[in-house]
Ligand binder design. Structure first.
Ligand code: EPZ
Length: 419
């Protein structure tokens, strides 16, 4: 059983270096299936989820490992062909493993990947991924919980995404990279992680334009070539530390961040009275007082990110006044509310909105982690709660998404133990 113990009421002071983006790294590692020979990916965070996708690549016949000579670097050798079946126990453990379906199909014209389960935050369907693969000429079957896709060849086409799904955009981009002809994705996801994947593929010889806009064009090429790539910083980790500085009324310098990627997060924190100052790839965040109450709605990028909703909700539990947080991306992303209320917060759920009546303080309590960002929210609550908060994280969600979180917080003066 993984437990996180945090002694509250600490002001965060100092500086923290942001790690590479989990979500960019997972998509890019799946894309190494498309690249022959040796690929080197730098600035990869050392996370359980990355270790899982590395195991999936190995199960598919590639050699993949964290480099022994360089930190946060993963080397992939893709010389002996790719198996077409992805292992059930790994894909169901981490849904991002499903992203291998596009690259395997592009290489083998056949792929058999388990349907990823839902998770705490929602049913997580993959219909848009499959709609895209069908548009490229694949035939889709479901068999005993596996998705089987096959195609004589993949032919470029236009695909309209009913929702700007990050994963579907990435799946289609990867499958279309080696298709015959040009593919256009309409209403594509615009997240920075999609742009980073496109940059990686283009560096390997793909021809992708428009990544980061709602229309992405992929002109298929015959093959890709070995490449080195550095993953972008994790904007959600950066946002989480920005909230940590705000909620503890501390003073934090955040290093290795791309300010553009956290612009909306900064705007909402400024609206709540938090001071932020950008200097190149560093952001200073400080707060001297309780935050003002604000309203926020999560939206696809460049809107306020759903992956920051639990963290901002936690901050607003201590605001002067009543705030409203509306979650429009996932259908069940308020699990942290019940735990926050056990710590003295006063949050009511009304449909897809949380009505948060600010309180003067939180008090420690034993709480449970339901999903990755809810775990981050409870850590933030533990930083300010009076007493020692015991966070039960049975599925190691926090370690799945935050590299060395205890070490980084200890260096900022926090009394935290992960046991
Ligand atoms: C990615 O998940 C991220 N994960 C998520 O981060 C993030 O919350 C999400 O994008 C939104 O930004 C990775 O990149 C590995 P979506 P993804 O497809 O691709 C619906 C974290 O904490 N949908 O954009 O699965 C879906 O149900 C994780 O790091 C369909 O209906 O997200 C959801 O309501 C959590 N059909 C919405 O779209 C589909 O085929 C957004 O999902 C696909 C998605």
């Amino acid at each position: 059983m993984r437990r996180v113990l945090i002694k509250g009421q600490t002001k965060l002071e100092g500086e923290v270096k942001i790690s590479g983006s989990k979500n960019a790294a997972l998509a890019i590692l799946a894309a190494t299936i498309l690249v022959p020979g040796k690929t080197v990916i730098r600035n990869v965070p050392d996370l359980l989820d990355v270790k899982t996708i590395i195991r999936v690549l190995r199960a598919l016949g590639l050699r993949a490992e964290y480099s022994r000579s360089q930190d946060n670097t993963v080397e992939v050798w893709n010389n002996n062909g790719v198996k077409h079946v992805a292992p059930y126990e790994l894909v169901t453990r981490m849904r991002a493993s499903f992203f291998v379906i596009g690259p395997i199909l592009a290489k083998k014209k056949l792929a058999k990947v388990p349907l990823p389960g839902g998770c705490a935050i929602g049913s997580r369907p993959v219909n848009l991924h499959l709609k895209g693969l069908e548009a490229l000429g694949a035939e889709v079957q479901m068999e005993h919980g596996f998705v089987i896709v096959k195609a004589e060849k993949l032919i470029g086409n236009m695909v309209y995404l009913d929702f700007p799904s990050v994963g579907a955009t990435e799946t289609i981009m990867m499958a279309a990279a080696l298709a015959d002809g040009t593919t256009t994705i309409e209403n594509a996801a615009r997240e920075p992680e999609v742009i980073d994947l496109a940059n990686f593929l283009n560096r390997a010889g793909a021809k992708i334009t428009g990544a980061g806009t709602e229309e992405v064009k992929i002109q298929g090429v015959a093959e890709l070539k070995p490449v080195e790539h550095g993953v972008i910083p994790d904007r959600i980790e950066a946002g989480t530390f920005m909230v940590a500085a705000a909620i503890t009324r501390g003073n934090l310098k955040i290093l290795d961040v791309i300010p553009d990627h956290v612009e909306t997060i900064m705007h909402k924190l400024q609206e709540a009275g938090v001071k932020t100052e950008v200097c190149n790839n560093q952001i200073m965040v400080s707060a001297a007082d309780a935050p003002k109450a604000i309203d926020v709605k999560t939206l696809p990028y460049p809107g306020f990110p759903t992956d920051m909703q639990p963290q901002l909700t936690t901050l607003l539990c201590l605001a002067k006044g009543t705030s409203m947080v509306t979650e429009t991306v996932f259908e069940n992303r308020f699990m942290h509310i019940h735990e926050l209320n056990r710590m003295g917060a006063e949050v009511k759920l009304e449909g897809q909105s949380a009505i948060i009546k600010g309180v003067a303080g939180l008090s420690s309590a034993p709480v449970k982690v339901s999903d990755l960002r809810a775990g981050a929210a409870l850590v933030l609550a533990g930083l300010v709660a009076e007493g020692e908060t015991i966070i039960e994280d049975r599925d190691h969600h926090i370690e799945r998404g935050y590299e060395k979180l205890d070490k980084k917080l200890k260096a900022l003066g926090v009394d935290i133990k992960m046991i």
